[in-house]
Write a protein that binds this ligand. Structure first.
Ligand code: PXL
Length: 275
């Protein structure tokens, strides 16, 4: 059985980070070890959330794992809250990435703005973590902050996306994926570049009428789970994108659906069929 480790926060309510990654990657038949970076009452889009930092636990956890001789088939880092945690994530990759399957999702921004608590200095430091990853999967806002460039909004063409992907690989990762890309009204998808094999990938689905928080983590978790299950980049992009579309569809189907996450739980049987 495959075993991975994911390092991100646990937000009690608000379906994101570990409460998404743990059930989804486990459902994909992969043992999912965790390094929780912080405990929050909710994700940071709610007002008045509590926050308890767990940074001081991370090094002792890794030391113990080294002593036990644990091995992992993949490493996936998500939302990280401090410079120190970025350094610890680098150490996690340096120590445990035997299989060359480290996914860094540089969760820090969307719609042209950084999430609460993040700065452009943090974005630069996140770029240095991306340099250590095999694969990264920013949205266009995150990509702009990683590269220190202006956010293009909806004003871009394919040449711009390809150039951006090449620059992202130039940070040091092998594969870069840009999520939330659209060249055509009503279509939304992903565009990826594998710099080792000089290979481009794209995949689009219909854009649904509402956007939900946590879909980035849902996408990254299932993309990563598919890669670890040896589906390859092209198929993994499709699986993750199709799964997120189904999650949103099922959420919209519920009359008084919550607006802080998608009903991914209801889509797990569909995910298993995709595998
Ligand atoms: O989905 C990314 C995420 C993860 N964890 C926390 C967040 C967010 C996005 O806002 O606030 C705590």
């Amino acid at each position: 059985m495959k075993r991975i480790v994911t390092m991100q926060d646990i937000s009690g309510v608000g379906k994101c980070s570990l409460t998404v990654a743990l059930p989804l990657i486990s459902a994909m038949g992969i043992e999912t070890s965790v390094i929780p970076t912080a405990v929050l009452s909710t994700h940071t889009m709610f007002q008045g959330f509590t926050f308890h930092d767990l940074t001081s636990e991370i090094k002792p956890i890794m030391e113990h794992w080294k002593k036990e001789g644990f091995h992992f088939d993949g490493i996936y880092t998500g939302y990280l809250g401090s410079f120190e945690q970025l350094d610890l994530a680098k150490e996690l990759i340096a120590t445990f990435n035997d299989k060359g399957c480290a996914l860094v999702d540089p969760c820090m921004a969307d719609d042209g703005v950084l999430y609460t608590g993040f700065t452009t200095e943090f974005a630069r430091a996140m770029a240095s973590l991306c340099a250590k990853a095999d694969i990264i999967c920013p949205n266009l806002t995150e990509a702009s902050f990683l590269l220190g460039e202006a956010y293009p909004g909806n004003n871009y063409d394919e040449a711009y996306i390809q150039e951006t992907l090449k620059k992202l690989c130039g940070l040091g990762c092998k594969v870069a994926v840009l999520t939330g890309i659209s060249f055509e009204e009503g279509k939304l998808g992903v565009y990826a570049y594998d710099s080792i094999h000089n290979q481009w990938y794209q995949y689009y689905r219909e854009e649904l009428p509402q956007r939900f928080h946590g879909t980035g983590d849902t996408w990254a978790s299932t993309f990563f789970g598919s890669l670890v299950n040896e589906k390859g980049i092209e198929r993994s992009l499709q699986i993750a994108t199709d799964f997120v579309v189904e999650c949103i569809r099922l959420t919209l189907e519920e009359e008084n659906h919550i607006n802080y996450g998608v009903n991914f739980e209801l889509a797990i049987p569909y995910l298993l069929k995709l595998l």
